[in-house]
Design a protein around this ligand. Sequence first.
Ligand SMILES: [Zn+2]
Length: 417
Amino acid sequence: MQLKTILNRVQKFKSFVYGGVYWVEGASVPTVEVELHARRNSRPACSVCGHKRPGYDRLTMRRFEFIPMWGIKVFFLYAPRRVDCPDCGVRVERMPWAAGKHRLTESYAWFLAGWARRLSWQEVAVAFRTSWDHVFHSVEMAVSWGRAHQDLTGIEAIGVDEIQWQRGHKYLTLVYQIDADCKRLLWVGSSRKAKTLLGFFRWFGQERTQELSYICSDMWKPYLKVIAKKAGHALHILDRFHIMVHLSKAIDEVRAQETKELKDKGYDPVLTKTRWLLLKRPENLTSNQETRLADLVQYNLRSIRSYLLKEEFQLFWSYISPYWAGQFLDKWCTKTMRSRIEPMKKVARRLRKHRPLLLNWFRAKGQYSSGIVEGFNNKAKLTTRKAYGFKTYNAAEIALYHALGALPVPKTTHVFF
Ligand SMILES: [Zn+2]
């Protein structure tokens, strides 16, 4: 069987045929070149408008990289014709295997993009002996195709989240669809200002916004403002994950401060290495950690009291009725305000202020569990962290869409991996 026969099985192009196949002598990596020819009497199509047009001239031979096999690089060779298009002028013809000026065939780009969902971009580049740039452009192509072809109908619930990225106080705003049957990243914005989230609503459009029934978010003021303004009709829920993050941060702050105070006063460093003890849920502690926590509770430390307040707050989420949840919240806030622990008081003040939005959690019957937003949040952080080379916002945005957007891919006759 000839290589041409295989190619005709897996990758056939209408109006084009495969010609000679050559082994390239002296290449640093084993390489095969495959000639492509236009079918006799076929007329070229304009690459801009797609219409068949009279030929104009022929350009020099170009190489397009195809999917490698058996550690052999495969290139298509083709001398593109130019067309004389009455609408677009003199243009290069449309070639079904490559878009624009790309040197990678589309099949190869989809192949690389597919692997880039499973491995880091760097790993893909190494595995297929190609460059990081080629992987990047492949993913970029896959994302822009996927975003242009994704179905945005029937979205009822969205979650708004922010993640920190790079060093310092740089944030991204992420909007997810969190419906029971479809969960995916819908949109990424380069900051977390009111203007950022307004950008989402502009992209999403008024009609789709009208169809939203639930929006989950953090207590972040610019988000609250924009959601009230743009989607006041939807039930706005402050989600559990974000609230618990605020409480954990408060505990962290109290602990750091208290550790320093104890040290300055020359007491035993009882709080060193307790960070995870205080941040973990009790059911996730090892028996050793449990013993240490029991020891710690004997000291009347602010860190421990904060920890106990946080654990008590977990009960809040187990309520069914918004009324009784509200009663619990009020009691908890009063108790916390009396604790004289400033970081915890700060959280209590915010919770009080947003009491109605908090209770919306129960009106939505807890169906948007914190797990969804939390899961996405973790994956998003992992995606941006894993990425060496995501120095630019553009690359981070593309990586996030690629990893979390559940974007569609075109149907092909042959699946290459
Ligand atoms: Zn044209």
